[in-house]
Design a protein around this ligand. Structure first.
Ligand code: ADP
Ligand code: MG
Length: 237
């Protein structure tokens, strides 16, 4: 059984559906990338898995249990954590305060809190050097690291990362993807959303979404063929 099983998901805003029956699995221990052009429905997919939107129909099964209506904080406590599109940091709080807020669901578990803080420091030494700096004064790359680090503070089983590379230089984007690979190697299952096909070498498998429907799933290597890239990711991919 897959860690995450999404079946026939229909999700909309004000009843108007933007996901038209999306089904996919994310296996325990893999890093999957969900690719697609702007407006394809990627953010809608991951925010629904994170409990921020309620589906009109369909089901989400996580770790063997079907997720019924539940708040985002219940999903975090259950092992699903999202690094959201646009990072959504608290700009007037320090790096360390932002990280601690990510561990809210485990605030009474000081051992796990310390362990996760040490892990995030190890993944992102640049954050460790800037623990008392206000998040709003970090560079774009550092802010992205903080968003991923904060999501890791709850010690998730499934880490969702929405558009980590947006607005970053290729080198900094690569650094973030490399850490994503380490997070996966350390045992956290990852589903990352990207418009940037540069993420493919860091993923075990790719899902491609177009206009609210999945049009392709396969291993990353297959996707490096020119036709698919042109068809679904735009010629610049
Ligand atoms: N808050 C919202 N209200 C209404 N429509 C929305 C909202 N957010 C996204 N949409 C629409 O849903 C579709 C999918 O958007 P989104 O999931 O953000 O795509 P992606 O993340 O792939 O760029 C788009 O047509 C977008 O305009
Ligand atoms: Mg998006």
């Amino acid at each position: 059984m897959a860690l995450l099983e999404v079946r026939d998901l229909v999700v909309g805003y004000d009843q108007y559906p933007v996901l038209h029956g999306v089904s996919f699995d994310v296996e325990q221990g893999e890093c999957c990338v969900l690719l697609g052009l702007n407006g394809a429905g990627k953010t809608t997919t991951v925010t629904t898995v994170a409990g921020m939107l309620q589906p009109q129909s369909g089901s989400i099964t996580f770790d063997g249990k079907e997720l019924r209506k539940g708040s985002p904080s219940q999903r975090v406590a259950g092992g699903i954590s999202l690094s959201p599109e646009g990072r959504r940091l608290f700009p007037r709080l320090t790096v360390s305060q932002n990280l601690k807020l990510g561990a809210w669901s485990r605030r009474r578990d000081s051992k796990t809190l310390k362990r996760q803080m040490d892990l995030v420091r190890d993944y992102f030494p640049r954050l460790a050097e800037r623990e008392n700096q206000l998040a709003g004064t970090l560079s774009g790359g550092e802010q992205q690291m903080l968003a991923v680090g904060r999501a890791m503070m709850s010690r998730p089983k499934l880490l969702l990362i929405d558009e980590a590379s947006l607005g970053l230089s290729p080198t900094v984007a690569r650094t973030v993807w490399e850490v994503t690979s380490r997070i996966k190697a350390d045992g956290t299952t990852v589903l990352m959303v990207e418009q940037n096909a540069g993420a493919l070498p860091f993923a075990d498998r790719a899902l491609i979404m177009e206009k609210g429907t999945l049009v392709y799933t396969g291993v990353g290597d297959e996707l490096r063929t020119v036709n698919l890239r042109e068809a679904y990711l735009g010629s610049g991919a």
